[in-house]
Design a protein. Structure first.
Length: 253
């Protein structure tokens, strides 16, 4: 039966590819397999690899030595324990993020999630609960889905983890972060998140993986982490698909 299943699976894939030929996730170029990118786009995607700050995950231009922290992590220790991102937020990454976030391209989420899992090789993925950064209910009604939830759900499914979006809510509507500076972003989301009454028992002493699409200034993740920390989370790791490089403008996020 196993061999028959594999044969039927290959037939199904061939039929699917004949009806819907695989195209690059980032552009419309033809590719060999579903969920891949063409050679031109691949060259333009900048994956984040070591060396990077062990706390913020921000890339270093050169190796600073074991345990060396970025200046930002030293000056402003975050409420979370560590953050990791798969790629730098440049033109190609922007196309994927905005496709998922604004163009109803939810089919991108499983593939983006796989790249994010690659970046989480030093996180406790076996014993953690996965939570997305929540949208306010009014914005969720307008957008119809939460892009962070799409990523988080796929990460949990691939890794066999517990997915629990109900453990964190955005109870106060906030302005969109687009065009806001660092201090404005912090003020905008400060106190906007809460662990619902009675849900703290599912967080106390637990390791949490908090998922979002882009790490920009870290203000939203910080606000979420503070709410989770008050509820007793023992460890909070942030995992995003992309990260804005230091000094890069954030007017489109």
């Amino acid at each position: 039966m196993t061999e028959l299943g594999e044969i039927l699976g290959r037939i199904g894939v061939s039929f699917r590819d004949a009806i819907l030929p695989p195209t690059c996730l980032s552009c419309d170029a033809a590719v060999k397999e579903q969920g891949s990118v063409c050679a031109r786009c691949w060259k333009e995607i900048r994956f984040i690899d070591k060396p990077y700050c062990p706390v913020l995950g921000s890339p270093f231009t050169y190796e600073l030595g074991e345990g060396a922290l970025s200046a930002q992590a030293i000056a402003y220790p975050p409420a979370f324990d560590r953050a990791r991102s798969s790629v730098l937020y440049d033109d190609r990454a922007r196309q994927l993020v905005q496709g998922l976030k604004f163009a109803d391209r939810t089919e991108l989420a499983p593939w983006m999630a796989r790249w994010m899992i690659r970046a989480a090789d030093d996180l406790d993925m076996e014993n953690s609960v996965v939570l997305p950064v929540p949208l306010h209910k009014r914005r969720l009604f307008v957008r119809r889905y939460n892009q962070s939830a799409e990523l988080a759900r796929n990460i949990a499914a691939i890794c066999g983890m517990t997915y629990a979006p109900e453990l964190l809510i955005r109870f106060r509507a906030t302005r969109q972060q687009v065009g806001l500076g660092v201090k404005e972003r912090q003020k905008n989301v400060n106190g906007a998140f809460r662990v619902p009454a009675g849900m703290g028992i599912h967080i106390k002493g637990k390791s949490i993986i908090l998922v979002d699409d882009v790490y920009t200034t870290g203000a939203t993740l910080e606000a979420c982490a503070r709410a989770l920390r008050r509820a007793g989370a023992s460890q909070i790791s942030c995992l995003t698909f992309a990260r804005v490089a230091n000094g890069v403008a954030v007017t489109d996020l």
